[in-house]
Ligand binder design. Structure first.
Ligand SMILES: [Zn+2]
Length: 339
């Protein structure tokens, strides 16, 4: 009837309809077609008060398109046997809190776990999108002595990956637990921020450890230099580190990486310290606050906002660390040769 309206309609998702059958409900239809209940309602101009009318055609085309996009975004986690992790429900958890924590939606969690409502119980194991973390190898005898005066025996190596670039492959040797904790942290950042660009990896240690040119530490396989994530990947990155600015740093994604590293600190061989420019700490601090971390908890993570000489926080200011994180891992508890 109206030409303008017709043209507009053609650019929308292809119309595909479903005739409502007895026993249908919005959850079921959303799950069958891969989108969320909210998507279905939106495509059909329904409010939460509207009931499904048997015999009515509802548009599922937009739902199918949205479902495809969501699956691509989640790394095909939904419905294809793709990457999935398990999460054990803790006291105080709600579905929406778990969804937020894993950067997914309540609808996706319901679909992944075949839940109808919002009732979950403490101790229940839920499937959440993302890669299952690898088991941390806790080998003894690899890291000998101290980071500033030590060496490496029978080293492990950070493998080649499409998720990062090893700038100097001859300096990618380390203790096994550093490699495993680091890979898990990078996976976690990528789970939370699908589509991240490659990360620059600087030096770890060389094959037998010991003094490494350009560094004071990095001698015993417990240090690694890791670049940042950027809103727009700088021209020479990841071949070169790039200085962070308030405008170019992707503070949310970089915080996701730092957060995953910080969370290893309670585990055997986890992160001991991170050296990072004070100003960059401030930008990540803001991202962490936005992410729901309290000021009290962040006091254990950052020196910010108490100045670059503050004596708290596992992240400490170091000059010339405005283009990478220098991450130091602890010794494996049972390893007596590691200092
Ligand atoms: Zn370093």
């Amino acid at each position: 009837m109206h030409a303008a309206k017709d043209t507009k309609a053609k650019t929308k998702a292809p119309a595909k309809t479903h005739e409502v059958q007895p026993g249908d409900n919005l959850w079921k239809l959303a799950r069958e077609h891969g989108c969320t209940v909210a998507d279905l309602r939106e495509a059909n101009g329904m409010t939460p008060e509207d009931a499904l009318v048997i015999g009515r055609d509802i548009d599922v085309g937009a739902c199918i398109a949205k479902g495809k996009a969501a699956r691509a975004k989640l790394g095909a986690a939904v419905g294809s046997g793709g990457d999935q992790r398990r999460y054990k429900v803790a006291s105080g958890d709600t579905l929406s809190r778990i969804a937020r924590k894993h950067h997914t939606s309540v609808e996706e969690l319901r679909a992944l776990n075949d839940l109808e409502g919002s009732l979950i119980r403490v101790g229940q194991v839920l499937v959440v999108p993302g890669r299952e973390p690898r088991t941390i190898r806790l080998l003894t005898g690899q890291s000998r002595g101290r980071p500033t005066h030590g060496w490496l025996h029978d080293p492990s190596r950070l493998p080649h990956s499409s998720h990062y670039l090893r700038r100097r492959p001859e300096r990618t040797y380390a203790s096994a637990h550093l490699v495993d904790h680091t890979l898990n942290a990078i996976d976690r950042a990528r789970d939370q921020h699908p589509g991240l660009h490659r990360l620059a990896i600087g030096d770890l240690s060389d094959e037998d450890g010991g003094p490494l040119s350009g560094h004071h530490s990095h001698q015993s396989g417990r240090d690694i230099d890791i670049g940042f994530y950027y809103r727009q990947r700088p021209a020479n990155y990841p071949k070169e580190f790039a200085r962070a600015t308030k405008d170019n740093l992707d503070a949310d994604a970089t915080w996701a990486l730092v957060e995953a590293l910080v969370r290893t600190s309670g585990k055997d061989g986890g992160v001991e310290k991170i050296f990072l420019d004070y100003e960059v700490q401030g930008w990540l601090y803001a991202a962490a606050r936005k992410d729901g971390w309290s000021k009290k908890r962040l006091r254990e993570v950052f020196q910010y906002p108490d100045g670059r000489y503050a004596k708290h926080g596992m992240i400490r200011h170091e000059p010339k660390h405005d283009d990478h994180l220098h991450v130091r891992f602890r010794c494996v508890d049972a390893d007596e040769s590691c200092k």
